[in-house]
Design a protein around this ligand. Structure first.
Ligand code: NAD
Ligand code: IPM
Ligand code: MN
Length: 348
C-alpha cells in the first residue's frame, strides 16, 4: 500500500485537487493499492494561525508517506509568499528533492501554438535543478527602505548538486532511449557558476558516449525551444532557468492546463504538483483546467511503481482532448468538475 499526503493549497490548487482526488478514488476502486490523507496547509491556515508547514509535519511526510501531492500555493493576501516559501520550497529543500522533472509533451498538433509542428517535434523533458541556485535563499538586505538600500540574492552551486542533476539527465536519456542531453547555463556572463556547470557537464558526458551532448546559453535555449523544439530530448538546467524554460515549454504543449511535474529524490518521498500556480481569479468558478493536476497524479503513480496507471491516465487525457471533452483554456465546453468526471469515468 502506498501512502500519499495531499495538500490542496490555495486558489485553483483547491479546485484541481478535487478532481485529482476523483482520479485517486477511481484508481483505488479499480484495485490501485493507494491511500491518502488531506492536509489543509495554505494561505487560510497561515492567516488564521501563523502556521505555514511545521518541521514535524515535514518529518511525518518523510517517514510515513511515499509521495506528496500539492495543488498550488500562492495568495494575494500573502504578498511576500511566506507560506508558499515554507510549504513548496521548504519541502523541495528539506526532502532534498533535487530533480524537478517537467515533461513537455504535445498530445495533439492542434494544441501547439507553433506552425507545422507535430507531436514528434514537441516531446522532451526538462530536469530543473531544484535545491540550489538563486532559490537557495542565500543573501540579505542592508539599509532597507532607504535610498542606500542594498539587496543581495546569491546563487549557490555545489559540485555535488550540479553533478547529480547532470548525471541524472544522462541516466534518464540512456534508460528511456532518448538520444541527447542539452545543458543550458549562462556561462558567457556568469563566470563562476558557469565554469562549474561547464566542467561538470564535460566530465560527465564522457561517461555516456552513447548519448549526444549539446549546450545552449539560456537565452538561446528559449529561442531554440520556439524555433526548433524537435532538437530536444532531455534538457538539464539550473533552478531559475528551469523555472522560466518550463513555463515556455508548457505553452508549446497546450498551456498551463496540461503541464505536469514531479519534485523527486529517487527512492525517497517525493512531491508532485502541476506546473501552474493558484490563478486566484479563477478559484471556485469551475473554470480551471484539472488535467495538469491529473497528469501530475500520473507521474506520481509512475514514481510509486504503478507505471501502468500513468499510461491509463495519459490515454484518458488524450481521449478527452481528441473528443473535445476539455475545459475552455483548451477550447472545450467543460467546467473543472465535468473535466475531472470525464477522466475518472474512464479509469473505473
Ligand atoms: P498561474 O499559473 O497561477 O496563472 C497564470 C495564468 O495561467 C492564469 O491567469 C491562467 O490564465 C492560466 N492558468 C494557470 N493554470 C491554469 C489552469 N489549471 N487552467 C486554466 N488556466 C490556467 O501563475 P501566476 O498568476 O503567475 O501565479 C499565481 C500565484 O500562484 C502566485 O502567488 C504564484 O507565486 C503562485 N504559483 C504557485 C505555483 C505552485 O504552487 N507550484 C506555481 C506557479 C505560481
Ligand atoms: C514553480 C513555481 C515556483 C517556483 C514558485 C511558486 C516559487 O513558479 O513551481 O514553477 O518558482 O519554483
Ligand atoms: Mn514556475
Amino acid at each position: 500500500m502506498k501512502k500519499i499526503a495531499v495538500i490542496p493549497g490555495d486558489g485553483i490548487g483547491i479546485d484541481v485537487t478535487n478532481e485529482a482526488l476523483k482520479v485517486l478514488e477511481a484508481m483505488k476502486s479499480n484495485g490501485a493499492e493507494i491511500e491518502w490523507d488531506t492536509f489543509d496547509y495554505g494561505a487560510d491556515k497561515y492567516l488564521e494561525t501563523g502556521i505555514t508547514l511545521p518541521d514535524e509535519e515535514v518529518e511525518n511526510f518523510r517517514d510515513n508517506y511515499d509521495a506528496i501531492f500539492i495543488g498550488a500555493v500562492g495568495d494575494p493576501r500573502v504578498p511576500d509568499m511566506k507560506h508558499a516559501k515554507d510549504i513548496l520550497l521548504g519541502l523541495r529543500f528539506k526532502l532534498d528533492l533535487y530533480l524537478n522533472y517537467r515533461p513537455v509533451k504535445l498530445y495533439i498538433e492542434e494544441l501547439c501554438p507553433l506552425k507545422n509542428k507535430t507531436i514528434e517535434d514537441i516531446d522532451f523533458v526538462v530536469f530543473r535543478e531544484n535545491t540550489e541556485g538563486l532559490y537557495s535563499g542565500a543573501g540579505g538586505v542592508l539599509k532597507r527602505g532607504t535610498p542606500d538600500e542594498v539587496a543581495i540574492q546569491t546563487s549557490i552551486n555545489t559540485r555535488k548538486g550540479v553533478e547529480r542533476i547532470i548525471r541524472h539527465g544522462f541516466e534518464y536519456a540512456r534508460q528511456t532511449g532518448r538520444k541527447s542531453v542539452t545543458m543550458s547555463d549562462k556561462s558567457n556572463a556568469m563566470r563562476y557558476e558557469g565554469d562549474l556547470w561547464q566542467r561538470v557537464f564535460e566530465e560527465v558526458r564522457q561517461e555516456y558516449p552513447d548519448i549526444e551532448a549539446g549546450h545552449w546559453y539560456i537565452d538561446a535555449l528559449l529561442m531554440q525551444m520556439v524555433k526548433r523544439p524537435e532538437q530536444f530530448d532531455v534538457i538539464v538546467t539550473c533552478n531559475m532557468f528551469g523555472d522560466i524554460a518550463t513555463d515556455l515549454g508548457a505553452q508549446l504543449a497546450g498551456g498551463m492546463g496540461l503541464a505536469a511535474s514531479g519534485n523527486i529524490h529517487p527512492g525517497k518521498t517525493s512531491l508532485f504538483e502541476p506546473v501552474h500556480g493558484s490563478a486566484p481569479k479563477y478559484h471556485g468558478k469551475d473554470i480551471a483546467n484539472p488535467l495538469a493536476a491529473i497528469l501530475t497524479v500520473g507521474l506520481m503513480m509512475e514514481h510509486l511503481g504503478f507505471a501502468e496507471w500513468n499510461g491509463r491516465i495519459e490515454e484518458a487525457v488524450l481521449e478527452a482532448i481528441r473528443t473535445n471533452n476539455v475545459p475552455r483554456d483548451l477550447g472545450g465546453p467543460l467546467g473543472t468538475a465535468a473535466s475531472g468526471d470525464f477522466i475518472a469515468r474512464q479509469l473505473v
